[in-house]
Design a protein around this ligand. Structure first.
Ligand code: CA
Length: 235
């Protein structure tokens, strides 16, 4: 059965999560500060880490960065309800998912299952059994090109540095050119699951994309459709 490390300094929450996960058949360890979190996560053979953001010794974001230097173990962040920037920073720093406190245990269990499954399907064995990629896949609209395989975006010849999630949002918009995309749909396409009620995170990615592409190159690539979502139009 999968092994899960819980890094959480609030004893009640840690205990509750431990009981529920154990009940589901997971093997659970828990630690209560950031430093122990890094050490235990890297020393143990865990299948998933549940990581609180506000921790003593070392905050969760720093814990995540240190884990990511050495390991691609799935990490689900536990964040405060309104901390949109924490969520963005967490995902950019390599978190696989996050869940806001207070959470329903069913939701946490569902997120854990998704993260574990995604890891399974991303394992080398699974990749080897997949058919080879078809032709090189490059999307191009109004001077902006996005190379899916190389994970590169350019405006003309100028390379644009994007985070993974920014890249995925842009790709979803470019693949669906001329279609107005809701925040929910973009969240699903860019992150692979429902962000139930958390879709304002998409606004943050759009803002980043506009500052990196539109503002820097004096173009207007992504349009806002008030009350609906976003679109890239081909004209
Ligand atoms: Ca905490």
């Amino acid at each position: 059965m999968a092994r899960i490390l819980v890094v959480e300094d609030e004893p009640k929450i840690a205990r509750f999560v431990e009981l529920e996960l154990t009940h589901e058949g997971y093997e659970v360890d828990k630690v209560a500060d950031g430093r122990a979190g890094v050490e235990t996560a890297l020393a143990g053979d865990y299948d998933l880490i549940l990581l609180d953001v506000l921790l003593p010794q070392l905050n969760g974001m720093e814990v995540l960065r240190r884990i990511r230097r050495e390991s691609d173990v799935p990490v689900i962040m536990l964040t405060a309800r309104d901390a949109v920037m924490d969520k963005v920073a967490g995902l950019d720093a390599g978190a696989d998912d996050y869940i806001t406190k207070p959470f329903a245990i069913e939701e946490l269990l569902a997120r854990i299952r998704v993260a574990l499954k995604r890891r399974e399907s991303a394992s080398p064995a699974a990749e080897a059994s997949m058919p080879p990629e078809p032709d090189h896949h490059v999307l191009s609209i109004r001077g902006v090109t996005l190379d899916v395989e190389r994970h590169e975006v350019k405006v003309g010849d100028d390379p644009i540095e994007l985070t993974n999630r920014e890249f995925e949002v842009l790709k979803a918009l470019m693949e669906n050119r001329n279609v107005v995309m809701t925040r929910e749909r973009l969240a699903q396409l860019a992150c692979g699951y429902d962000f139930v009620g958390e879709t304002n995170i998409i606004d943050v990615y759009i803002r980043h994309l506009r500052s990196k592409i539109d503002d820097r190159h004096g173009i207007k690539l992504i349009s806002t459709v008030r009350g609906v979502g976003y679109v890239i139009r081909e004209d």
